[in-house]
Design a protein around this ligand. Structure first.
Ligand code: GTP
Ligand code: MG
Length: 195
C-alpha cells in the first residue's frame, strides 16, 4: 500500500460521532502501552499523528485517522489499564464493544501483543472475543526489536500455546515500529481487507 495522505479525522465515544462517509475501517486493539499509536505512526510514516506516550492509558476515545481519503484506521483505547477506575473501565469496555459489534464499516481488526511477554489474561480475552466477532484478524507481535533474534521463534511458539492461531481468519505478523520491521506487510494486509 502506498500512503498518499493521512490525517486525524475525529474522536468518538458513541455511534452518532463516528464518521458518516461510509468508508471502510480497520481497528487496532491491544493492551495499553503495547504500541498501537506507534504502529499507526510507523505505517503512515508520521512522527506524531497518533499520540504516543510512555504513560499508559493516553488514548481514551476511539480515534479515527483517514488514510488516502479511502479508509479509516481506528485507534481503540488500550485495555487492562489499572489506573482508571472500575466504572471508567466498564465505560471503555462498553464503548469498544458497541463499536466492534455493530459497526458495519469495520472490515478487519488488528490486535497487538507485546513480543517480549506471554499474552496476558486481557490479551487472551481480547483475542478470544475477536474470534467471536468473526472479523479478519491480524495478530501483531510488536516491539520485536526488543527480542533477541534467536528468541523470536520461541516468542511465537509461546503465542501459539496460549492463543488458538489455527483459525483461517487469523494472520500473525512480527513487527517493530521503532525499526520499521514489516511495515509493508502490515500495509498489504490492510489493503487486502478493505473490500
Ligand atoms: P495507549 O494509547 O495507552 O493504549 O498505548 P499505545 O498502545 O498507543 O502505545 P504507544 O504507541 O503510545 O507506545 C507505548 C510505548 O511503547 C512508547 O514509549 C513507545 O515508544 C513504545 N513502543 C511502541 N512501539 C514500539 C516498538 O515497536 N519497539 C519499541 N522498542 N518500543 C515501542
Ligand atoms: Mg495510544
Amino acid at each position: 500500500m502506498i500512503i498518499k495522505s493521512s490525517d486525524y479525522a475525529i474522536s468518538a465515544v458513541r455511534e452518532d460521532q463516528y464518521p458518516q462517509d461510509n468508508l471502510p475501517e480497520i481497528a487496532l486493539a491491544g493492551r495499553s502501552n503495547v504500541g498501537k499509536s506507534s504502529l499507526i505512526n510507523s505505517l503512515l510514516n508520521r512522527k506524531n499523528l497518533a499520540r504516543t506516550s510512555s504513560q499508559p492509558g493516553k488514548t481514551q476515545t476511539l480515534n479515527f485517522y483517514i488514510v488516502n481519503q479511502a479508509f479509516y484506521l481506528v485507534d481503540v483505547p488500550g485495555y487492562g489499564y489499572a489506573r482508571v477506575s472500575k466504572s471508567q473501565r466498564a465505560k471503555f469496555g462498553e464503548m469498544i464493544q458497541d463499536y466492534l459489534e455493530t459497526r458495519a464499516n469495520l472490515k478487519g481488526l488488528i490486535i497487538l501483543v507485546d513480543a517480549r511477554h506471554e499474552p496476558t489474561k486481557d490479551d487472551i480475552a481480547m483475542y478470544n472475543y475477536a474470534q467471536y466477532l468473526n472479523l479478519p484478524l491480524l495478530l501483531v507481535c510488536t516491539k520485536i526489536d526488543k527480542v533477541k533474534k534467536n528468541q523470536v521463534n520461541k516468542a511465537l511458539a509461546n503465542l501459539n500455546k496460549t492463543l488458538d492461531l489455527s483459525n483461517e481468519n487469523v494472520t500473525v505478523l512480527t513487527y517493530s515500529s521503532v525499526k520499521r520491521l514489516h511495515v509493508k506487510e502490515l500495509g498489504d494486509w490492510i489493503e487486502q481487507h478493505l473490500q
